[in-house]
Design a protein around this ligand. Structure first.
Ligand SMILES: C[S@@+](CC[C@H](N)C(=O)[O-])C[C@H]1O[C@@H](n2cnc3c(N)ncnc32)[C@H](O)[C@@H]1O
Length: 313
């Protein structure tokens, strides 16, 4: 594997938010190169415990190397969607300290040619975070129905020419499958009007396909709801997202679980249980200007933090 490069976004803010304390159990759901995990470990060692998940073997290998001196980390090659079962297998009942999600792809994934995430570099259409998972970008592009392509491009990519692009894909693949990133990018350029813009015309469609291949939105939604069952009173949940749809999911779940009452307006008697979460910050935190200067993509990062004020189970 080539050198693993990734700039850890909002390193200080995201880990400060977790109020890392020795002796407690923390979970990093998206280990990546181990940037956040390293800060957490520095703060909680030697008595605190960190469980870290990733599905990408390159990330696991790089993080294992980086964190090799820490004995109190368990690195799990599995999806964070399996957090309940994995923690159970490790004999951990509750997350007593906090849990972190740094959503999306790592710089390493996005820039490694053979992973097929970039429309600038020719590669087979892949885009899987987990190289062992079944669904690839090739399957989405060559096997999905036209109406599903339109939906994915519009919803996940907010692409205004989704219909034209989906139609062009379906027409082209009748003759022969679309095999590579650059073939797809060229087809997108050809099938859309020339619009002056700072982003390449294939950007949004590539992002949409990546989200579909890795089921990113469904995974966040399901897991955030599940993870609440694992939080002990006082534990913190901290989520960094890069995509407005992801941030909306986090915002809605946090809002729902921090509301005192879910009754209809005209209902007189309320039996709602007390909320599970308390928002630590009402508005999302963004990267500092200094960080954005150093790493421009961090301008899209948003961090939301909440603390558990009632144990669910
Ligand atoms: C933005 S990177 C994390 C970077 C990390 N915080 C750091 O500082 O190095 C996101 C990571 O989440 C991983 N990931 C995405 N979906 C996942 C899932 N369902 N389960 C576990 N890891 C996942 C990706 O493979 C990627 O390595």
């Amino acid at each position: 594997m080539s050198e693993f490069k990734h700039y850890t976004v909002m390193k200080t803010e995201a880990t400060d938010a977790l109020e890392c304390k020795p002796g407690l159990v923390y979970v990093d759901c998206t280990l990546g190169g181990g940037g956040h995990s390293e800060v957490i470990l520095k703060k909680i060692s030697p008595t605190g415990k960190l469980i870290a998940f990733d599905v990408d073997e390159d990330a696991i290998e790089a993080a294992k190397q980086r964190l090799k001196d820490y004995k109190n980390i368990t690195i799990v090659k599995d999806s964070y969607t399996n957090i309940k079962q994995v923690l159970k297998n490790l004999g951990i009942e509750k997350i007593t300290g906090g849990v972190l999600f740094d959503l999306g792809a790592s710089y390493h994934q996005l820039t490694q040619q053979q992973r097929g995430f970039s429309f600038m570099k020719e590669a087979p259409l892949d885009m899987r975070f987990d190289k062992q998972s079944d669904l690839t970008a090739f399957d989405v592009v060559n096997k999905y129905r036209e109406q599903d392509l339109v939906r994915i491009f519009s919803e996940y990519g907010e692409e205004r020419f989704s219909k034209r692009i989906a139609k062009a894909i379906v027409e082209t693949r009748k003759a022969k499958p679309i095999n590579t990133t650059t073939e797809l990018a060229e087809l997108i350029v050809k099938s859309t009007p020339k619009v002056k813009s700072s982003v390449h015309p294939a950007t949004r469609v590539f992002q949409a396909i990546r989200i579909e291949v890795n089921q990113e939105l469904q995974n966040v939604k399901n897991t955030l709801n599940e993870v609440l069952d694992l939080l002990e009173f006082g534990a913190i949940i901290s989520v960094i997202s890069f995509h407005s749809l992801e941030d909306r999911i986090v915002k809605q779940i946090f809002k729902y679980h921090s509301m005192r009452c879910h009754c209809e307006k005209n209902q007189m008697i309320c039996h709602c249980p007390p909320p599970v979460l308390e928002l630590v910050n009402k508005k999302p935190i963004s990267a500092t200007e200094q960080e954005i200067k150093e790493n421009p993509p961090s301008r899209s990062a948003k961090s939301r933090v909440a603390s558990c004020i009632r144990q669910k189970q």
